[in-house]
Design a protein around this ligand. Structure first.
Ligand SMILES: Cc1ncc(COP(=O)(O)O)c(C=O)c1O
Length: 413
C-alpha cells in the first residue's frame, strides 16, 4: 500500500465529497416567493412560512406543535423558561456536547450540572444522572449524539420518579426515532438546530417541538416579546424577540421537502459502511441501539482502538484521514476542558451559593475525556451522501491509516 498522503503519498480520494447544504432552483423559488410577497420578518408571530414549517416538521417527528426561532441554543433556553425553570434550579447535561447545551441553561438563569457519558454510545449516562439529582434539580437535557440516541427508556423512568422535565437536545437527530417516537417528542420539549452544518438547515434557525398546547403557547409568547397567545389574551410572559425571519423559514420548507430522501440515503450508506468497516483492524463500530426505529444522523462516530493504531490517537488519525480526502473531525472536548465553556464569566458562580458545582477544575469525566482525547472520530454526513464510492473510499482510507499507523506520532500520555 502506498505511503500516507499526510507524508506525501497519493490520497485515497481526490474527488471532493458533495457540498452541504444541497441548494437548487427550488430554494431560489421559495425565497423569491417570500420577497415577492413582502412579508420578510417573523412578525406577526408565527409568519406564514414559520407556521408551515413548524406544522410539517412537527408532523414528521410526531409532535403536536412546533415553534420556530432563531437558533438551536435559544430553543433550549426558551424550553426551560416555558417550564418555569430558572434561578436556583439545576439542570443536568452531558459532558460531551456543544457548549450551547450548557449556555442555554445559564441563559435561563439555572445551573448546569455536568455528568459523564456512557462508555458504549457516548450519550448521557442515566446512572450518573440519577446520582447527580438534588432537591434543586428541575430538568435533564439529554443530547442525542452522532448516530446514537440517549437511552430514553431509562431517562424517562428516572425523570418520572424524580419529577424532572426532559428537554431533548436534538441538534444532531433530525429524523431519528426511538421505538417509533420521534426524537424531540419523548420529553416535554425537543430542541432542533438549523445552523449551516446541520442536516436540516436554513443557515440559521431552531425549532422546539412539544405536544403540550399550554407549553407551546408559552414558548410562542416568550419568543415574541411576551405577547399573549391564548384566546383570552391574558397569558402575558416576560419574553424577548427570538423570531426567525420568513426567508429562513422558506428555506426550511424547501429543505424539508428532500430531507427524507437524504436521510434514507445516509442510512443505506451507513449500513454498508458498518459492514465494510467492521473488517478494518482497530476500528470499533458503536452499533446503533436496536430501539432506534428510524435512523438518521449528522455525524457518524467511530471508536479508534489506539493500540491497533500504534498508539496514535484520534487527532492524528483525523489529520491523516483529511489528507486522504476523507471528511472527518475530532469534535467536542470534554466540558471540563472546553475552551468555549467559561461559566465563570457568567457571574452565576458569584451569585449562586451552590455554584461550586460549576468549578471545572474539580470535574473529571473519564469516558468523555477518553473519547475526546484518544478514541472518537466523527465522519461527516457528506461521506454518506456520495454513493458506494464515498463509503468505500472512507473504509480504504481507514485501513490505510491503520496499516501505516507506526509512521504517525504517538499521542502524549
Ligand atoms: C449538540 C448541539 N446543541 C446545540 C447546538 C446549538 O445550535 P445553534 O448553533 O443553532 O445555536 C448545536 C450546534 O450548533 C449542537 O451541536
Amino acid at each position: 500500500m502506498p505511503e500516507l498522503a499526510i507524508h506525501g503519498g497519493p490520497a485515497v480520494r481526490t474527488e471532493p465529497y458533495p457540498d452541504w447544504p444541497e441548494l437548487d432552483e427550488r430554494d431560489v423559488e421559495a425565497v423569491t416567493a417570500v420577497l415577492r410577497g413582502g412579508q420578510l420578518g417573523g412578525f406577526p408571530e408565527p409568519g406564514p412560512r414559520a407556521a408551515e414549517f413548524a406544522e410539517r416538521f412537527a408532523d414528521y417527528q410526531g409532535a403536536s406543535h412546533g415553534i420556530v426561532m432563531v437558533n438551536g441554543t435559544v430553543t433550549m433556553e426558551i424550553a426551560l423558561k416555558a417550564l418555569g425553570i430558572g434561578w436556583g434550579d439545576e439542570v443536568i447535561i452531558p459532558a460531551l456536547t456543544f457548549a450551547a447545551t450548557a449556555y442555554a441553561v445559564i441563559s435561563a438563569g439555572a445551573l448546569p450540572v455536568i455528568v459523564d457519558v456512557e462508555p458504549r454510545r457516548w450519550t448521557i449516562d442515566p446512572d450518573l444522572v440519577e446520582a447527580a439529582i438534588t432537591p434543586r434539580t428541575a430538568a435533564v437535557i439529554p443530547v442525542h449524539l452522532g448516530q446514537q440516541m440517549c437511552d430514553m427508556d431509562r431517562l424517562t423512568e428516572i425523570a418520572r420518579r424524580h419529577n424532572l422535565a426532559i428537554v431533548e437536545d436534538c441538534a444532531h437527530a433530525h429524523g431519528q426515532r426511538w421505538r417509533g417516537h420521534g426524537a424531540g417528542t419523548i420529553g416535554a420539549f425537543g430542541s432542533f438546530s438549523h445552523q449551516t452544518t446541520k442536516t436540516l438547515t436554513a443557515g440559521e434557525g431552531g425549532t422546539l417541538l412539544t405536544s403540550n398546547e399550554a407549553l407551546a403557547r408559552k414558548a410562542h409568547s416568550l419568543i415574541d416579546c411576551g405577547r399573549a397567545k391564548d384566546p383570552a389574551e391574558r397569558e402575558v410572559t416576560f419574553g424577548s424577540n427570538y423570531r426567525l425571519g420568513e426567508l429562513n423559514c422558506a428555506l426550511l420548507c424547501s429543505q424539508l421537502d428532500r430531507f427524507e430522501d437524504q436521510r434514507a440515503q445516509r442510512e443505506a450508506s451507513a449500513r454498508r459502511f458498518e459492514e465494510l468497516a467492521s473488517g478494518v483492524r482497530g476500528i470499533a463500530i458503536n452499533r446503533i441501539d436496536d430501539r432506534i426505529s428510524r435512523w438518521s444522523f449528522y455525524r457518524y462516530l467511530l471508536r479508534i482502538e489506539t493500540d491497533a493504531f500504534s498508539g496514535a490517537g484520534n487527532h492524528r488519525v483525523v489529520e491523516a484521514l483529511l489528507a486522504e480526502g476523507i471528511k472527518a473531525e475530532v469534535q467536542y472536548p470534554p466540558m471540563n476542558r472546553y475552551e468555549l465553556f467559561r461559566p465563570g464569566l457568567s457571574r452565576l458562580p458569584v451569585c449562586v451559593e451552590h455554584a461550586h458545582r460549576l468549578d471545572t477544575s474539580r470535574m473529571r469525566f473519564p469516558v468523555a475525556e477518553a473519547a475526546a482525547d484518544r478514541e472518537a472520530v466523527y465522519l461527516d454526513e457528506a461521506v454518506f451522501r456520495a454513493g458506494d464510492k464515498g463509503i468505500e473510499d472512507a473504509v480504504e482510507a481507514l485501513a490505510k491509516v491503520q496499516q501505516h499507523s507506526s509512521t504517525l506520532a504517538r499521542i502524549r500520555s
